[in-house]
Design a protein around this ligand. Structure first.
Ligand code: GLV
Length: 321
């Protein structure tokens, strides 16, 4: 009997074909819409494997509806959309796609940092809106990236790749992490500091921790108040880690200078959200890993994890060991 797999969004055809070599595949085909919960609940009833995205909530209730489910393969490095404890209780393997997206996400993090520091979107709008009358000494002046102090909260793979880029810009690198990372200290001169010191001393603060009970609202009113008035906050991890109400207040009141955000507590963010009306916020629609090659690689890795698990082997990127 070939295993049955449900894929929650259309993925590249060659990756679907890869899975079809071993499995019978059903898929949610509608481009750029999430699979309705009732369809997912129906499809899970006879699925042996689920290939899903960070847009699907895979909770205990859904797992209960899938008595045959052996593996949940998430096409993302973050897996806060999946109830790991429930998967453990039911003996379901959960996998993610680490590594493959590290450099691409670090590129985007740095792009957002630079765009925010140098007011790129604001300046572009200024020109397009016909406001550019002449070169002017104080026009659209931003913050220097080179030589500034960068604070990285969460020195995992992506944090390290951001540090590598920052070294090329002669930045002083501070980091805060659950544990010391001697490699980044040696290779990039990064200095381990406590969270408060990092917030106080950094010109740029990059949030790169996974979302969890421990990191929800990690950056709130008190943390923002510690930051320099000229500092910039960048978040390319998960929205709920930064408290958006506190961030909005900090930006309006001038507690910090600007923010670059690729992620939000609700995605997509509502168009009337106050953060979207602020000129000193650069916003992106959660595209950290969105390069052609990386998204293909992520789909391939997720497919590989899924098939390995369904063939009875230990998938390479097992989350719940
Ligand atoms: C994207 O946010 C991911 O977790 O891969």
């Amino acid at each position: 009997m070939r295993p049955k797999v449900y894929i929650t969004r259309r993925i590249p055809d060659q990756i679907t074909a890869m899975i079809e070599n071993h499995c019978d595949v059903r898929m949610w085909h509608e481009k750029d819409t999430t699979v309705p919960r009732e369809i997912l609940e129906r499809e899970i009833t006879d699925a042996d494997g689920l290939f899903c995205l960070l847009t699907e909530t895979i909770d205990a209730q859904l797992m209960e509806m899938g008595p045959r489910l052996k593996v949940i393969s998430n096409m993302a490095v973050g897996y806060n959309n999946i109830d790991i404890e429930a998967a453990n209780n039911k003996g379901i393997l959960v996998t993610n796609t680490p590594g493959i997206l590290t450099e691409t996400t670090a590129d985007l993090t740095f792009a957002l940092l630079m765009a925010t520091a140098r007011r790129i979107t604001e300046a572009s709008d200024y020109l397009r809106n016909g406001k550019w009358s002449t070169w002017s000494p104080m026009l659209l002046t931003g913050q220097d990236v080179h030589g500034a102090t960068l604070g990285i909260i969460g020195m995992g793979r992506i944090g390290e790749a951001v540090a590598k880029r920052a070294k090329g810009f002669d930045m002083k690198i501070l980091y805060h992490n659950r544990s010391r990372r001697s490699g980044v200290e040696e290779n990039f001169g990064a200095m381990y500091v406590d969270l408060k010191s990092l917030l106080r001393e950094s010109d740029f603060v990059c949030v790169l921790v996974p979302f969890s009970k421990e990191t929800v609202n990690l950056i709130g009113k008190e943390e923002l108040a510690l930051m320099k008035r000229t500092s910039i906050l960048i978040n390319t991890s998960r929205g709920g880690i930064v408290n958006e109400t506190a961030l909005n207040d900090a930006l309006v009141e001038g507690t910090i200078w600007a923010a670059g955000l690729d992620v939000f507590s609700q995605e997509p963010i509502a168009l009337d959200h106050p953060l979207l009306s602020l000129p000193n916020v650069v916003v992106l629609p959660h595209i950290g890993s969105a390069s052609v090659n990386t998204r293909l690689g992520m789909a391939q890795l997720a497919a590989h994890n899924l098939c390995k698990a369904l063939l009875g082997e230990i998938p390479p990127n097992l989350v719940n060991k």
